[in-house]
Ligand binder design. Structure first.
Ligand code: SF4
Length: 138
């Protein structure tokens, strides 16, 4: 399935998204995939996007973390960054979503510098608090 839409209430806020691709193995393992352009980087392992999709898949469709595989797939090419679903994965994901919602509600949007993002950013170097003045090494 591609472009799979979902909507979920977390902490009193409706969150909506669309999963690029969902593959289901014969044994019921569900692969949630987000296509990316650019270069694969380990930083993707800490992004909230796929954990949020996994949370939606669990709450809406009953897919347990043990049966969930998460991957950012980079095109062109065949690079993958896979995200672990071990431990209290869904609990941690929900906590992170709630924290992100709290930050949004009070208008806290701290910059998160990275070499990849800042090198393409139109406001890099203009002096926004928290932003670097030069492209970071990593
Ligand atoms: S310069 Fe600031 S706003 Fe732009 S990508 Fe870097 S951290 Fe984000």
């Amino acid at each position: 399935m591609v472009e799979v839409p979902w909507a979920l209430e977390i902490g009193g806020t409706e969150i909506r998204g669309r999963i690029d691709a969902v593959f289901v193995d014969p044994d019921g393992t569900v692969h949630l995939v987000d296509w990316k352009t650019g270069h694969a980087h380990e930083n993707y392992k800490t992004r909230l996007q796929l954990p949020l999709y996994a949370l939606a898949a669990n709450k809406l469709w009953g897919i347990e973390p043990e049966k969930t595989r998460l991957a950012y797939a980079f095109v062109p090419g065949d690079a993958l960054v896979e995200v672990s679903t071990e431990g209290d994965f869904l609990g941690v994901a929900e906590e992170r979503v709630l924290e992100a919602l709290d930050r949004i509600k009070v208008g806290r949007f701290e910059p998160t510098p990275s070499r990849y993002a800042c090198s393409r950013c139109p406001v890099m170097g203009v002096g926004i608090p928290g932003c670097p003045m030069e492209v970071p090494e990593e």
